[in-house]
Write a protein that binds this ligand. Structure first.
Ligand code: HEM
Length: 449
């Protein structure tokens, strides 16, 4: 009996110690009980932090903080606008494919658009992966095998993130000594193995291809034979010539790119189409702009991108109100002294992007969906830190311009062809690191011509 009581007391004390050690002193509380520091004036401290955490779970299959700092510089050349423009023809083609699939069901009653969106993102983002990272058909895989890899790989990463999200929200399984005994942990290890087994042969195959063609002799700039050097080649180059990246690093980068791009972009595309269906006036204005820009052409060009001003405002507002990444978390490297409390070194702090996007600085209509606010800078908050759909600081989103291009292209193609009717207010969300639609409310698509 005494032993039992003593065990309970020790358990409670250990939990309190663990809680105090991991959370900053007296932060304001988020409705769900999570500590937040999403105040715009203290966001700047994010650069004093390091690894990506979700509450206090570090995402182990992603690249770690110190490694990311070195690699990010080297890889950022692959994300410049010139390189991104080369993906526009493929984006147009995949958007047309999505529209063709939707046309088959248009006018036949309410439909679930999630599958069409997932296919578009998998095809265009995975094409991005295939061309940008895996160098198109040079993999020598038949397209059906390529599809299996795209689907299986992305789905495995998605499931890992779901597990991480679940663990993050359930404090009783934070300590590894408990979590390691759960079936969830076993599934996580299984998935990590699946991902490893899919990616390793691809890295090895490309390595030997590059050796054969002696491409290693090229310098590590972004171009090869007049073309942009794909990221995988760039990474292999860095590993071979400069010993900067190991195979594990390369795999972690690929995981990071795919995990960070697939779910986020599909959630936002889904939300944007639902929002357009719920606000007919906004949709008509987008339609008119898109018609003006497209004219009789089949494709959007890089010059068209900057002309889609209202559509850009709509996307920015979707990213604000229906944010895809509602919070980010960081490990604090050194004590950060704030007016009311100190974030201690070693603790994990959570930044509520969701909270920032509804901050009173946005005005009394902060919670309303109003794309027009982006057309007049005077109506926007003067503090830029209240808007962070792509996060802040050194580890912000490297793919933000790519995402914007992909969203503009796909939405323009859909709105040009269909009148959408939907109700975004009945949409329910689930937190899986990314805030994802958990229900699939149906949407009506009516052909415009
Ligand atoms: C609408 C779509 C997208 C949204 C809302 C989004 C949002 C974000 C956010 C909030 C972060 C920071 C996470 C953190 O600070 O903890 C991030 C990081 C990142 N994103 Fe995106 N993203 C999007 C699309 C993309 C795309 C298309 C790519 C393409 C490759 C991409 C690649 C990355 C990478 C590589 C990181 C860095 C992860 C790391 O530091 O390890 N993202 N993204």
């Amino acid at each position: 009996m005494y032993v039992l009581v003593l065990a309970v007391i020790i358990g409670v004390l250990l939990s309190l110690w663990y809680w105090k050690r991991n959370y900053p002193r007296s932060p304001p509380m988020y409705p769900g009980g999570l500590p937040i520091i999403g105040h715009p004036h203290i966001i700047i401290n994010v650069d004093q932090t390091d690894d990506l955490y979700f509450l206090n779970i570090r995402i182990n299959f992603l690249i770690s903080g110190p490694t990311w700092r070195i690699h990010n510089k080297l890889l950022s050349t692959s994300f410049n606008q010139q390189v991104l423009n080369t993906f526009l023809p493929e984006m147009n083609e995949q958007a047309r494919n999505m529209v063709a699939q939707m046309t088959a069901v248009a006018g036949k009653g309410p439909v679930d658009i999630k599958e069409f969106i997932t296919q578009y993102i998998l095809r265009s983002c995975m094409v991005f992966k295939v061309q940008f990272v895996f160098v198109g058909t040079s993999l020598g895989l038949e397209s059906k095998h390529q599809d299996t890899i795209d689907n299986g790989y992305a789905k495995a990463l998605e499931e890992i993130l779901r597990i991480v999200g679940y663990r993050a929200l359930n404090v009783q399984i934070h300590p590894s000594c408990i979590y390691n005994w759960t079936s969830m942990r076993r599934r996580e290890l299984e998935l990590v193995k699946i991902v490893k087994n899919m990616i390793n042969p691809i890295i090895q195959k490309r390595k030997s291809e590059l050796k054969c063609t002696k491409m290693y002799n090229y310098d590590s700039s972004t171009t090869v034979s007049g073309k942009f050097k794909p990221t995988l080649d760039l990474m292999l180059d860095l590993s071979n010539e400069q010993n900067v990246l190991s195979d594990d690093d390369i795999r972690a980068h690929l995981n990071t790119f795919v995990a960070a791009s697939y779910d986020t972009t599909s959630a936002i595309l889904h939300n944007a189409l639902m929002a357009l269906g719920s606000y007919p006036d906004v949709q008509e204005r987008v339609y008119e702009e898109v018609q003006d820009v497209f004219q009789n052409n089949e494709e959007l060009t890089k010059h068209d991108m900057s002309k889609l001003v209202y559509l850009e405002a709509v996307i920015k507002e979707v990213l604000r109100v229906y944010v895809a990444v509602p919070m980010v978390a960081r490990k604090v490297n050194a004590d950060i002294v704030l007016p009311k409390y100190t974030l201690r070194a070693g603790s994990i702090c959570v930044l509520s992007i969701y909270g920032l996007h509804r901050h009173p600085l946005w005005g009394p209509d902060a919670k309303e969906f109003k794309p027009e606010r982006w057309l007049n800078p005077d109506t926007l908050p003067t503090n830029p830190n209240v808007y962070a759909p792509f996060s802040f600081g050194k580890r912000n989103c490297i793919g933000k311009h790519y995402a914007m291009m992909s969203l503009k292209t796909s939405i323009a193609h859909v709105v040009r062809k269909f009148r959408i009717t939907a109700d975004i207010n009945i949409l329910k969300w689930s937190y899986e690191i990314i805030l994802k639609p958990s229900t699939t409310p149906l949407v009506n698509l009516t052909l415009r011509f």
